[in-house]
Ligand binder design. Structure first.
Ligand code: MLC
Ligand code: AMP
Length: 513
């Protein structure tokens, strides 16, 4: 196993000229801003020294809910180099969600925006967190003020290998998220494999337009560029026109399918705009063959689709070298080097090539387990040590893997995961509600959209839009159903189980466009 601290490995790949630009900001209050490799090294060193001055316990968690900024990336690097555990949180999460994560992870440090300091610090202090700092996307806030008092030299921690580097909250078949524990070795092995597989080069320029609180933007994109010593053009928010404007200067772009759908809606997208590009990568949700084909026709480039998850980082990828084998629409390519992937039926028997079953994986990238949930961890691994992804798929005779569905009740909307059980729990607590079912239906922009079907109690009056408004006040906006239907009963099978497939069918045309 690799015994290098993840930051040390990234740092070793920085170019010799530390004064070259590492990141150029494409939007935000400080744009255009230019950060050199030396800035990343010095900034993360000062932040690491600040964290170490707090005398945190070994393995302390640092929870971060801030807008995207280069300083926020430096904070991530600082946590890793100081040997603590990074816990990124979606900026859309509201009080109840943050309360759960902070209560569960018990972070020693919480970093939030200045706007949210009041309610976030209250939650954090109540949970026993002693240090709450602020960081805004213009760099203002107590975090950098305090870091400025520390040295810009820092000796990287010896934590590495199986030591925890990050906890990413995910899943929740019972409505509660689980913290996937990722080690330095998990992340570094995956970054190195992708470096080789996708042919990363020092002269690449990556357009980074994804959030940095999930695997895709934080690990796949950022690690890819940093490990190559390649420059990034950094967008705090995805704006298709602004990204299009930068394509002629870039070589690599990564996005969830929604980003490609939105770019395709730009009249300026064409062969000329993409002439300098080397690679377009998509993942986090299924890329529709129509998007894949439209992209090829409009730009002359074939999107490389890959597949991964929070618990494992990247698992499979379509090939890089298209002269060797094709990038096939509707597939996620081949298992990455070092990744084992098999398809088993519900009884645990291997399914023959081409047959559909549960996808199970293993490899140096597979996480150590769920934070403080040994039973859940045990449930998600087979007796012989393979991780059950919850994805349903097949491996063709020639090795291409396809994801055809999910055994987990999960909706992926615009690349964000929404767990129906969590939304149903909120709705079921509302007065007048007997029960509810939340399903995903096709959406022209987000791939899938959240729809709720709510059963009223006898004699109660319910208003779908009021239910939506109440949810909006409680949970992250992307989880709020795009439509709420009030009905007298839910369809059930002979066993009494709600037939969500019938609900999906009934509402499939709502947002399909
Ligand atoms: C925003 N909205 C969404 C949404 N994003 N609704 C459903 N699903 C989404 N994903 C809604 C908001 O609720 C809001 O509604 C309105 O859209 C405008 O919000 P916004 O924040 O201004 O939206 P926008 O900037 O347009 O965001 C869209 C997006 C974003 C596609 C750019 O969702 C995004 O960055 N997605 C990427 C997610 C990602 O990185 N996933 C990787 C996970 S890692 P209202 O009504 O409140 O106004 C992973 C593993 C792997 O899965 O394999 O990579
Ligand atoms: P997350 O929990 O956010 O890590 O989401 C991981 C899930 O996203 C996987 O288990 C898959 O269901 C889904 N996913 C990721 N990439 C793809 C892809 N290329 N095609 C289909 N589903 C994907």
């Amino acid at each position: 196993m690799n015994q290098t601290n993840l930051y040390a490995a990234l740092r070793a790949s920085f170019p010799a000229d530390l004064d070259a630009t590492a990141i150029e900001t494409g939007d935000g209050p400080l744009a255009p801003g230019y950060y050199t490799w030396r800035d990343l090294e010095r900034g993360s060193a000062m932040l690491a020294n600040l964290l170490q001055s707090l005398e945190l316990p070994e393995g302390a968690r640092v929870a971060v809910q801030t807008e995207k900024s280069v300083e926020a990336l430096m904070l991530y690097l600082a946590v890793i180099r100081a040997g603590y555990v990074y816990l990124p949180l979606n900026t859309a999460y509201q009080a109840a969600e943050i309360e759960y994560f902070v209560g569960n992870a018990e972070p020693s440090v919480v970093v939030c925006t200045r706007r949210n300091f009041g309610w976030v610090s209250k939650i954090a202090f109540r949970a026993g967190t002693k240090n709450v700092f602020t960081l805004d996307d213009d760099g203002s806030g107590s975090l950098l003020d305090r870091a400025a008092m520390h040295s810009d030299r820092h000796v990287v921690s010896s934590r590495c290998g199986d030591d925890l580097a990050a906890i990413l909250y995910t899943s929740g078949t019972t409505g509660r998220s689980k913290g996937a524990m990722l080690s330095h070795a998990n992340l570094l092995s995956n970054a190195r494999v992708l470096h080789g597989y996708w042919g990363w080069r020092g002269d690449d320029v990556l357009i980074h337009a994804l959030p940095i609180f999930h695997v895709h933007g934080l690990f796949v994109a950022s690690h890819g560029a940093l490990l190559a010593g390649a420059k990034m053009i950094w967008f705090g928010k995805f704006d298709p026109r602004a990204v299009l404007g930068q394509l002629p200067r870039a070589t690599v772009f990564m996005g969830v399918p929604t980003l490609y759908v939105r770019l395709l809606a730009e009249p300026g997208l064409g062969h000329a705009a993409c002439a300098h590009m080397r690679l377009f990568i998509a993942g986090s949700a299924p890329l529709l063959p129509e998007t894949f084909n439209a992209w090829r026709t409009r730009t002359g480039h074939t999107i490389l689709e890959r597949y991964g998850m929070s618990e494992t980082a990247m698992l499979t990828s379509n090939p890089y070298d298209i002269h060797h084998s094709e990038r096939r629409a509707g597939t996620v390519g081949f298992p990455l080097p070092g990744v084992g992937l098999r398809v088993h039926d519900d009884q645990g028997h291997e399914v023959a090539a081409g047959g559909v079953g549960n996808i199970e994986v293993r490899g140096p990238n597979v996480f150590a387990g769920y934070w403080r949930m040994p039973e859940k961890t045990a449930e998600e691994f087979t007796a012989d040590g393979w991780f059950k992804t919850g994805d349903v798929g097949k491996v063709a005779v020639d090795g291409y893997v396809s994801i055809v569905g999910r055994s987990k009740d999960l909706i992926i909307s615009g690349g964000y995961n929404v767990y129906p059980a969590e939304i149903e729990e909120h709705i079921n607590q509302m007065p007048g509600v007997a029960e509810s079912a939340v399903v995903g239906v096709p959406h022209r922009d987000f791939g899938e959209a959240v729809v709720a079907v709510v059963v009223r109690k006898a004699g109660a009056t319910l208003d779908g839009s009021a239910i939506g408004a109440e949810l909006k006040a409680k949970i992250a906006n992307f989880k709020v159903p795009k439509a709420v239907f009030v009905v007298d009963e839910l369809p059930r099978n002979a066993m009494g189980k709600v037939q969500k497939n019938l609900l999906r069918e009934a509402h499939k045309a709502l947002f399909a466009g």
